[in-house]
Design a protein around this ligand. Structure first.
Ligand code: MF3
Ligand code: CO
Length: 289
């Protein structure tokens, strides 16, 4: 798309290109020429898209709040799934995981040594001391949102509580590292440093992702990295940060019966929290809040 200075800007503002994103595009082109990895325009969200994605995220959050209010010992994870499904549909939205690449349920419920993508089941009953990640994703009017939280069932061990807390701090440190015209590697570095400081490991085979117009967009967001490397972070980019932190080794295995559930290979505990972020002109906005 090659615009003339007097054409309408690509962002949908209605303003002329020369008064709107021309400087932004020139800055990106110049950075690219200097060898920096810059995002392509199709992952820079317009104002209208951001508003629509926020509406999706609002429902997604309400679902997580509903789970928070209802989750308890003795509950089957399929009951969580039913709450999620019914509420989402009642809001005119669709659970994004349902039928996604054959995934059979409306959310992921990953307990203890499960890293992610645990499938809700009538046979999995929450018990005292469990730690569980509930991962919710929603499609509203074609726009995607995605976030997850940890829940502690009853009284968990000190070890489990510490892991859940540090995993949350890892997410917070990752978010703090998001700066316009900074780097994706800054995020990975911040998460990795905090996890390793506590003797934990960071899962390598799964990461965060761009989100909004599709479930998983560019870039892949690694939770390990080096400052000043990777894709540049540019206003209008939207992506998740969702570190999976293991008490033991970072190695994972995928359940061969269901082909979805991801476990820690050494069966150590794993915890994960996820937010959706928007890079803004002067910082970062947490969309899933
Ligand atoms: N919310 C998960 C993510 O962050 C969903 C994975 S797809 C599923 O990408 F099918 F496993 F649910
Ligand atoms: Co995600």
């Amino acid at each position: 798309m090659n615009l003339n200075r007097n054409d309408q800007c690509w962002c949908g503002s209605g303003a002329k290109y020369k008064k709107c994103h021309i400087e932004f595009d020139e800055k990106l082109a110049s950075l690219k020429a200097q060898g920096f990895l810059v995002p392509s325009r199709n992952i820079i969200k317009t104002k209208e898209q951001i508003e629509a994605i926020k509406r999706s995220a609002k429902i997604n959050n309400a679902v997580l709040d509903l789970v928070a209010e209802n989750i308890k010992e003795g509950m089957a994870t399929s009951e969580i799934d039913k709450l999620v499904h019914d509420y989402t549909v009642s809001q005119g939205a669709i659970p994004a995981t349902l039928n996604f690449e054959g995934y059979p349920k409306s959310c992921c419920t990953s307990i203890n040594d499960e890293v992610c993508h645990g499938i809700p089941s009538d046979h999995i009953i929450l018990k005292n001391g469990d730690i569980i990640n509930v991962d919710i994703s929603t499609i509203l009017d074609g726009y995607y949102s995605d976030a997850s939280r940890m829940f502690i069932i009853g009284e968990a061990s000190e070890e489990a509580k510490k892991l859940v807390e540090v995993a949350k701090e890892c997410l917070d440190k990752g978010i703090e590292a998001v700066k316009p015209w900074g780097f994706l590697g800054d995020v990975g570095a911040a998460v990795q440093e905090h996890a390793e400081k506590h003797g934990y490991s960071v899962v390598r085979d799964f990461g965060g992702h761009g989100i909004g117009l599709d479930f998983h967009e560019e870039p892949f967001v690694s939770h390990r990295g080096k400052k000043g490397t990777g894709m540049m972070l540019v206003p209008g980019m939207m992506f998740t940060i969702e570190p999976m932190i293991n008490a033991g080794s970072y190695e994972i295995v995928i359940d061969s019966d269901d082909d979805w559930t991801v476990f820690t290979e050494d069966r150590s505990l794993s915890a994960q929290w996820e937010h959706m972020l928007l890079v803004t002109e002067d910082g970062v906005e947490i969309i899933s809040k």
